[in-house]
Design a protein around this ligand. Structure first.
Ligand code: ADP
Ligand code: ZN
Length: 434
């Protein structure tokens, strides 16, 4: 195994040993923040109670609401003069949360991101274009500093402006990119409209993440650009990208357990679920100085993948994120995740690169409507052909989600597309006042 950082090659025993030491340090550091000092005192937890990684279970959870309530400075564990940067979450599910970093924190983070990039085969001679939004969002600067740390020529392209992205990709013979999956699909349609085959570019690797996506979506991205795409998971509360990352085996993401202590719990009982079972990912920072966070409830649903990874790394792997607990919607008593719908759609060659799920009320009944962009070549004049396709999509979706949705076929590039995280569900049920 070729490693960027020797920590990647640690065996389980060594990982657990290191976690025990770092967890104790984290708890100690956390008590310097007013929020944790009070909370740990209230729960009667003393530093000496934390001796092994297992002892994490004695500690209280931290939620997004806790972080919001401590806005702006309640979670700082160091004096302000030791801080050098702040980031904020995208605010997908409400007002953003703010995270502070010391110079040491930024250094550790850059090392983690560099480690991920090296793992998937990126080297200093790669030219790397970061198509993520810069600014408060961590996908910009987070990936940027990792790429520079690794030694790549790094292009801070930022999000959007597709024509300029394409020019940069072409002029500088870019070999590796970081891109949000829904934008990668959208950019593919821009290439098509320019009659330019993106396979002719020099691209060989894409890092894709920041939003849930399916394996079918990944395969599409790989086919459009002729590259390998690797899933990248992170969240601002845990720095940002660099928390878990796919290796060359492309079979689950290694979660860097020397830097984060991960648990997967039942969101109702908050008890750990057995390996292989889906639950809510809970993460604890193990190296952060400025703002340590203990048992953060990510709301992201995934599972630990059982078995060993052929790459030899023993940091446990998590499955691709099924979605956020908040993404689930219930229609006619059935729980549905947008990714179930995406999985069906993106596996069908007739389907184009975008879709939108609309939840509406018909009388007293909830109804799911799925607007689906169809590829140009399948958008024919013959109504019978289109109706047959509509029926086929509805029936495939019914097999997956157990209720029959209404399916509207629309032309390519007619649904709203986003430069940032895609909005997959438009819930109009409340608008009727029912
Ligand atoms: P926000 O929670 O406001 O979107 P962030 O920008 O910090 O703020 O985004 C982190 C969230 O993005 C994660 O909690 C997760 O829901 C989602 N996410 C990040 N990477 C991935 C990925 N590879 N797959 C699925 N979801 C992801
Ligand atoms: Zn692996």
């Amino acid at each position: 195994m070729e490693c960027y950082n020797p920590a990647e090659a640690m065996d389980r025993a060594r990982i657990l040993e290191l976690q025990a030491v770092r967890l104790k340090n984290t708890v100690y550091q956390a008590t310097r923040a007013p929020f944790y000092r009070e909370r740990l005192a209230r729960e009667g937890i003393r530093i000496q109670d934390v001796a092994t990684a297992e002892d994490i279970r004695k500690l209280p959870f931290t939620t997004k609401e806790d972080l919001r309530a401590q806005y702006p400075y309640g979670l700082l564990a160091v004096p302000l003069k030791h801080l050098v940067r702040l980031h904020a979450s995208s605010g997908t599910t409400g007002s953003p949360t703010v995270i502070f970093h010391t110079a040491g924190d930024l250094n550790t983070w850059a090392e983690l991101v560099a480690r991920c990039m090296f793992m998937v085969g990126i080297r200093p001679n790669d030219v790397f274009q970061n198509m993520s939004g810069y600014g408060l969002f961590t996908g910009g600067l987070g990936i940027h500093y990792g790429a520079e740390r690794l030694g790549c020529l790094t292009i801070p392209a930022g999000a959007g402006n597709s024509k300029r992205q394409i020019k940069l990709l072409q002029d500088f013979r870019v070999t590796a990119i970081h891109i949000i999956p829904s934008y990668a699909l959208h950019l593919g349609t821009v290439f098509t409209s320019l009659d330019f085959d993106p396979k002719l570019l020099s691209l060989r690797i894409a890092l894709i993440g920041a939003e849930p996506h399916t394996d079918a979506t990944r395969k599409r991205i790989e086919d459009i650009y002729g590259l390998k795409a690797f899933n990248s998971y992170g969240l601002s509360e845990m720095n940002g990208p660099g928390v878990a990352f796919e290796c060359g085996a492309q079979n689950g993401m290694h979660l860097w357990e020397d830097s984060y202590l991960a648990e997967i719990v039942d969101p109702e009982t908050l008890e750990p679920v057995p390996d292989g079972q889906i639950g809510e990912l809970v993460l604890t920072t193990l190296t952060r100085e400025g703002m340590p966070i203990i048992r953060y409830r990510t709301r992201d649903l995934t599972r630990f993948l059982p078995g060993e990874c052929p790459c030899g790394r023993q940091h446990r792997r998590i499955d691709r994120i099924l979605g956020r607990a908040d993404d689930m919607f219930i229609v006619k008593g059935v729980n549905i995740y947008p990714m179930q719908i995406e999985n069906v759609l993106m596996s069908m060659p007739e389907v184009g690169q975008n879709y939108l799920i609309i939840l509406e009320k018909k009388g007293f009944l909830d109804q799911v409507r799925v607007k689906v962009e169809i590829r140009e070549e399948f958008f024919v004049e013959d109504m019978r052909v289109l109706s047959a396709l509509q029926a086929k999509i509805a029936s495939r979706l019914r097999d997956e989600i157990l209720i029959t949705p209404k399916v509207d076929l629309v032309e390519p590039n007619t649904l709203p597309s986003s430069e940032g995280k895609a909005v997959r569900v438009d819930d109009r049920r409340g608008l009727n006042g029912q």
